[in-house]
Design a protein around this ligand. Structure first.
Ligand SMILES: Cc1ncc(COP(=O)(O)O)c(C=O)c1O
Length: 440
């Protein structure tokens, strides 16, 4: 008999530790669209891990690239020395980035990417003699990871409750979720673009535009419940930022690498930000890696302001451009191209949308929101127990239906690998429908 697993020493992230340890959900292996649990059950991955395994699990070409690199050179830093793969990975990434966004800074995940982008924004203005621009603007209900910069521009009340404000010079736009007006929108909601005007009329009027360094937005707010930008909203934000010389950062940690059927949400919306933060799908999540992709002018401002023998940007991580992550990035981007994953996602999106909206009218369903291969099912909560309804659904999906979903408050979020088939989409939403009908 195998020894029972001791779960007591691991303090799990973003997990109700005691609840989990009372009845662990333990994955043992993964391939393509499925996990297999430690007791041999097959679980359909409705969330691409955590919005990240876009090409499907354990893709042989990505696995092979990592194994080869581990044997050849496990590690070399990027501080004052280099290794070719990091440069090749950066070049490969700029090939799919919007035109002119061709300078890449590597970090290890989305949180570091956000903090890196915020620091670039602040330093950029200083480098150009505009150091009064110290204020950063985010949005309510935004999730920008867990660094102090990220939680400051993020808009999650729970973060402030446990950790305080993070950074001082931050303000927030309202989030654009409006279920009353936009419930069951298919794709982008029609109402609410005018909320973007508050950037100019409220926040810039209050702080003065000359004090603002950057605005950061997730084009699609994923982790806090699939909140979509109303039509025309992001365009307005871009216009206002341009008008006042404020940098616009797109946090594409979730939307990068095909989630909306395009390489980046910037392509989907046809809006060019000044910086894109990406992670997750960059390596298909096989090795941690994040990146900030910047417009060339931003990078060049650093090069022009500092003498050639000094460090232009005083920032970096031991594992920036780690060889294994660089190998995984190159392999992942090649797989994207060979398997045309963006196109696959774009082709499948209408079917996915129909399947998601088929839940309308079922018990406890309050709203369905979708874009690309993302769907959020907002449920009526149980009074006094926020999140409990969605958790029950998540738990039943896992144990009774072999389906992995994700919850945030009372929203069930779905974001499968981009290789999902129609049959698997039917299985996913069919399982959810069955459970909804059984809930009391
Ligand atoms: C939009 C966004 N930004 C940042 C992050 C943080 O990324 P990580 O968990 O890799 O630090 C996430 C994670 O889900 C995210 O969704």
């Amino acid at each position: 008999m195998t020894k029972p697993l001791d779960t007591s020493h691991l303090w799990m992230p973003f997990t109700a530790n005691r609840q989990f340890k009372a009845k662990p959900r333990m994955m043992a292996s993964a391939s393509g669209m499925y996990y297999v649990t430690d007791d041999g059950r097959k679980i359909l991955d409705g969330t691409a891990g955590l919005w990240c395994v876009n090409a499907g699990h354990s893709h042989p070409k990505i696995v092979e690239a990592i194994q080869r690199q581990a044997a050849q050179m496990d590690f070399a830093p990027l501080f004052q020395i280099g290794h070719p793969l990091a440069f090749e990975a950066a070049t490969a990434l700029t090939k799919i980035a919007p035109e002119g966004m061709n300078r890449v800074f590597f970090c290890n995940d989305g949180s570091e990417g956000v903090d890196t982008a915020l620091k670039i924004a602040l330093a950029y203005h200083r480098m150009r003699g505009d150091g009064g621009r110290t204020r950063l603007i985010g949005r309510e209900r935004a999730y920008h990871g867990v660094g102090f910069g990220g939680i400051a521009v993020g808009g999650i009340a729970g973060n402030r409750k446990q950790f305080g404000p993070g950074l001082a010079a931050v303000d927030h736009l309202r989030h654009p979720l409006n279920i009353e007006k936009n419930a069951y929108s298919r794709g982008l909601p029609l109402h609410g673009a005018e909320i973007a005007d508050e950037l100019e009329q409220r926040l810039l009027a209050l702080h003065d535009p000359s004090c603002v360094a950057a605005v950061i937005v997730e084009s699609l707010q994923g982790s806090t419940g699939v909140i979509l930008p109303p039509r025309g909203y992001l365009e307005k934000i871009r216009t206002i930022c341009d008008k006042y010389g404020i940098l616009l950062i797109f946090d594409e940690v979730i939307t990068g690498f095909g989630r909306l059927g395009t390489p980046f949400a910037a392509d989907f919306f046809n809006i060019k930000p000044d910086m894109i933060v990406c992670a997750k799908g960059l390596t298909n999540a096989a090795v941690p890696m994040g990146a900030v992709i910047a417009r060339q002018q931003i990078h060049d401002a650093f090069m022009e302001a500092a003498p050639a023998d000094t460090i232009e940007f005083f920032h970096g991580y031991t594992y920036s451009g780690h060889p294994l992550a660089a190998a995984a990035t190159i392999a992942t981007l090649a797989v994207h191209k060979e398997e045309q994953l963006c196109q696959r996602a774009a082709d499948m999106a209408p079917y996915f949308e129909d399947a998601a909206h088929s839940l309308k009218g079922l018990p406890f369903v309050k709203d369905v929101r979708n874009l690309g291969l993302v769907a959020g099912i907002e449920l009526e909560g149980i009074t006094g127990k926020p999140g409990a309804r969605a958790y029950e659904l998540f738990s039943k999906a896992f144990w009774d239906k072999g389906l992995l979903t994700r919850t945030t408050a009372d929203v069930l979020a779905l974001s499968p690998p981009l290789i999902i088939s129609r049959t698997q989409i039917d299985q996913m939403f069919g399982s959810i429908a069955d459970i909804l009908k059984s809930l009391k």
